[in-house]
Structures are given as C-alpha cells and as structure tokens.
Design a protein around this ligand. Structure first.
Ligand code: ME8
Length: 524
C-alpha cells in the first residue's frame, strides 16, 4: 500500500507583501513534498492565505475596499509567489472559502460539545479584559509586556498592544496542561528542533491560562455557531485550515481518512506556541488526533537587520529570482544555514554559494564530463570496461547517498542533505582530476570510456537527488544524460537502472553559470 505524507505551510497573512521569509517556509515544504513523491509516497502539500481578523480588516479599510474584495485581490500575490518559486502544492486554501467556514464551525461545535480532562465545559462565555496585539493577532498578559521608546506598552514580539474589554468565549486551556505534557512526553519528536521543544514544554509546565476564542468588536471572521454576535478568534479559524484542507468535518472517508493526522506542520519559530500548544489542545478537545510533528524554523535577517516594512529592507523573492536564478535561490536558502537556525541574507553570501558550490563544484562536474562524452564518445553513453577500486568506490558512495539523505530529510535537516550530496560532488571532481580522462583520450580510450561512464552514472545519482531542491537544473542534467522523464523517481536509484551504453546524448550545455555583477550596476 502506498504510504501517505501530508504536510502544510502556515497560511500567510493575506495583507502582507510576500517576502523571503514566506518563500522560505513554503520552499522547505516544497522540497520535502518533492522528495517524498520521488520516494513513492502519496503526498499532499497544503498552503494558502489567512484572510480573517482585525489586521486584515484594518488593511482593507485603509485601502478603502470591503474586506472580501480586498482579500480576493491580494491573495493572488501568494499564488504568484508560489509560481515564481516553482512550488508544487496540491491545494491552496483561502480561509474565506465556504469549505473553511464549514470546517471552522464544525470544530467549534465539537470542542464545545466535549468536556475538558477535568470534567469542565471546554468553552464558556465570560468577558475578556486584557491586552491584544493586532499585528500578532495575540493576547498577552501584563507580565509579558515592556514599555517601548514612546512610552507605549509592547509585546515580546515588538508589536504594540491595545486594551480590549469585551464579552468573549473562552477555551479552557488551563485544564489541558497535564494532557499536553503527557503528549509531549509520549511523542519526543513532536516538536523539532529539540531546543524549541524545551521552550514549549517549559512554557506549558509553567501553567496555562484560558484562551479568549471569540471577538465581538468587529465582524470580519467566521461567526460562532449559535451566537452571531461573536466571530471566532482568528487563530482558531486559521489553524483549522489544516483539517479543512483534508475535508473535515468528513472524517470517516476521503482525504481526512487518508492524510490525517498530518505528518508535518512547518512553521516559523514566531508561531510555534500556536501550533504546539493551542492547536493540539483544540484538536484533542474536539476528539481529533494531533499532528505528528511541528518543525519551527529560524528567521532571516537582511545583512544583519530584522526584515521589516518600516526599515524598507524587505527582500522580494521575485527580485532575487530575477537576479540570481530560481534554482540558485532555492539552493541558497536551504544551504546557507542549518535548518532551524536563523539566517542572514547578503548578496555576497548568495554569490559565493552560487559561484563556488553550484558553478564550480556541481556545474563544472556535469559540464566537463558531458562535454568529454560529447567530444570523445560520439555523444553516446560510453561502454565501460572492468572497474578499478577507485571506480567502485565512487559508484558505491553515490549509490549509498539515498539512504543517508532519507534519514536527514526525515528530520528536516536540509543542510545535512545538501552537505552529504556535495561531499560526493567533491569526491567526483577529485576522481576526475586523479583519472585525468583528457589524458586517457590520447593514451587509452578504453579506460577513458570507463572513467566517463563511472562519472556519468555518479552524476545520474546526484541529479536524481538534487531534483527536490533544484527541479529545473536537475531536470536539465538528467536530460543531458538521456534519462527519460519516467526514470527519475527513486525507484530508479541504484545499479539496476544504470545508464545504458550506446544511448545517444543531446549536446551538453552549462546549467549553473557563474554570477558576474554587471558593470555599472550597484553592488546590491
Ligand atoms: O503567522 N524569516 O502568517 P505570516 C523567516 N497567518 N520566516 C519568516 C520571516 C522571516 N523574516 N517572516 C515571516 C502567520 N516568516 C499566520 C499563520 S498558520 C495557521 C497562520 C514566516 O504571513 C513566519 O515564521 O505572518 C511564518 O511561518 C510564515 O512566514 C507566515 O507568516
């Protein structure tokens, strides 16, 4: 039976202009989804836009349009980003869709119908007096706030807070503390990386307060079932997208039955608490299973500075792709920092990676081997003779890569995957230098054919593995090796599907050009 793999990106605040941070979260998921598809899984990758709440309502009012017309327009920005980055999502959800209203109201009813582990109603009506940050769409206690430069109170995220006092439904989160702690204990890899897990467990161990889950002072949201004066708290609505995407409230058949619980919710570290504390509590309260893993990645800065509209240093992924190339940007973002840590973008770092690892290491390996085959082997896969120890060593290392890479992928260690692949690329370049096939072309064409065959076969393995990261460039390398479209999944990894001598190969062309700053352009 085919194994399923369901993974999600956060849904993006629809009113923001897409930037490198948004591209990063989805890119990580896209690479995972592509890897799992190649590895034979039935994958569903869900992304979309978060369209309700006070923040979006305010942006629409500022733009002078009603919120529905506003979100219809700006949601497209995130579809455009997905196209520009070559993302392969299977579904794009908008929280203003009917299917999502249905799912959100259904989860509310399921939570309200159940009792907490301490035998209380999960949801009760009271009044919320406290601090709210519209930018974060989050409530804060007095103790969490500090005083900003202008004397105003600010949240730990830096967002301004406002005093809110209104009738509100509460979710009895305080009763779920022990159940959550037991769940984290029983599922040690539920939150990755480990340091983030420790943050969450110590937060929960410190005690939980009930959570306000409805608002009455504005209307842009999903109405609370049975009480139209209230709309659902935007985070409860937003988190529910992950089950809307698999057809909730239908749970017995269809996609929910196939895909839930999700294998992974990928999030940035800023929204971990919502995903690792509130979301599993909501789900358990509704009698549903929590997801299998939350991975919280780090944040990108721009040349050491926090990325923000007010600083004017937002990096537009479209500009990066235009300037450096799509696969180059995809590679850089996942190679530059250990996944989970914060990263810093700078043109120098980008160009260094492009020129040394893509152009010099990978591009040069493919280009010189394919050019020699073209020139010296009648543009056909050469016929190998007997293999030496050095030949066997290179090939067996290439064949062994998939298992290593798979282990790293399963803990979202993208940097380890790329380091592992690049270890083999460097070994292959070392082998080229040691074997010197250009000399063999004059002295021993039989041995030259063997060396070029071994290299071409090693490159086939490398290109199969780089497909999830750099689909276009890897596809071009596989084209140039004469590997058919159907023979590019990991089923074809290993010696059983080796290149067939005599296969005609197209004319090779470089895949990773060196980046040269155009004269007259400023350095950025
Ligand atoms: O939080 N570096 O949406 P969002 C890395 N709607 N990642 C960054 C980043 C940066 N500089 N800036 C943002 C929301 N992100 C909610 C999610 S899910 C049920 C609701 C990441 O558009 C951020 O960490 O503000 C988050 O994972 C994602 O972009 C969406 O952020």
């Amino acid at each position: 039976m085919t194994k399923s793999y369901y993974l999600t990106t956060p849904i993006y605040y629809v009113n923001d202009a897409p930037h490198i941070g948004h591209a990063y979260t989805t890119l990580a998921c896209d690479v995972l989804a592509r890897f799992k598809r190649l590895d034979g899984f039935d994958v569903k990758l869900l992304t979309g836009t978060d369209e309700h709440g006070q923040k979006v309502a305010k942006s629409a009012a500022d733009a002078g349009v009603d919120p529905k017309a506003f979100t219809d327009r700006v949601s497209q920005n995130f579809r455009d980003l997905a196209d520009a980055m070559n993302f392969s999502h299977d579904d794009f959800i908008r929280t203003t869709e009917d299917r999502h209203k249905t799912a959100s109201q259904a989860i509310w009813k399921a939570i309200a119908a159940g009792t907490s582990p301490k035998g209380n109603n999960n949801i009760y009506l009271a009044s919320y007096p406290g601090w709210y940050a519209v930018r974060d769409e989050a409530f804060y206690s007095e103790a969490e706030l500090t005083i900003g430069a202008d004397g105003k109170k600010i949240a730990p995220s830096g967002a301004e807070v406002e005093w809110v006092e209104e009738p509100s439904y509460f979710f009895r989160l305080s009763d779920w503390q022990d159940t959550l702690l037991e769940f984290y204990d029983a599922n040690p890899d539920f939150i990755l990386p480990k340091t983030r897990r420790n943050e969450v467990t110590s937060f929960v161990s410190g005690g939980l307060q009930d959570l306000s889950v409805s608002r009455t002072t504005f209307k842009w949201g999903v109405p609370v079932p049975g009480d139209d004066d209230h709309i659902m708290y935007v985070w409860l609505d937003a988190l529910t997208n992950y089950i809307t995407g698999v057809g909730y409230p239908e749970t017995e058949t269809g996609e929910y039955a196939t895909y839930w619980p999700a294998d992974l919710h990928m999030v940035g570290k800023d929204i971990l608490r919502f995903h690792a504390v509130y979301w599993p509590a909501f789900l358990m309260a509704a009698g549903l299973e929590p997801p299998k893993r939350i991975f919280a990645h780090g944040w990108w800065t721009n040349e050491g500075q926090k990325i923000s509209k007010s600083l004017g240093n937002v990096i537009d992924p479209h500009d990066l792709v235009d300037k450096y190339g799509l696969d180059q940007v995809r590679y850089f973002l996942l190679r530059e920092v250990p996944f989970g840590n914060d990263g810093d973008f700078s043109p120098t770092a980008m160009i260094n990676r492009m020129n040394s690892e893509l152009a010099n290491d990978y591009g040069n390996l493919a280009q010189r081997v394919l050019s020699m085959v073209n020139k010296n082997c009648d543009a056909k896969v050469p016929e190998p003779g007997a293999l030496t120890d050095a030949d066997e060593a290179l090939l067996s290392a290439a064949r062994g890569l998939l298992d290593k890479v798979r282990d790293a992928i399963d803990v979202q260690a993208f940097h380890v995957v790329l380091e592992t692949i690049w270890g083999e690329i460097r070994a292959a370049n070392g082998y080229v230098d040691a074997q010197a096939p250009w000399k063999l072309a004059k002295e021993d064409t039989g041995r030259m054919a063997t060396v070029l065959y071994v290299l071409a076969e090693a490159i086939r393995h490398l290109a199969l593995l780089t497909q999830p990261f750099m689909p276009e460039a890897s596809g071009k390398i596989l084209d140039q090796l004469g590997v058919s479209e159907e023979a590019r999944t990991f089923e074809f990894y290993g010696p059983d599907h080796a290149l067939v001598a005599g296969t005609f190969l197209p004319k090779p062309e470089g895949v990773f050009p060196r980046f040269q700053e155009e004269a007259g352009k400023d350095g950025g």
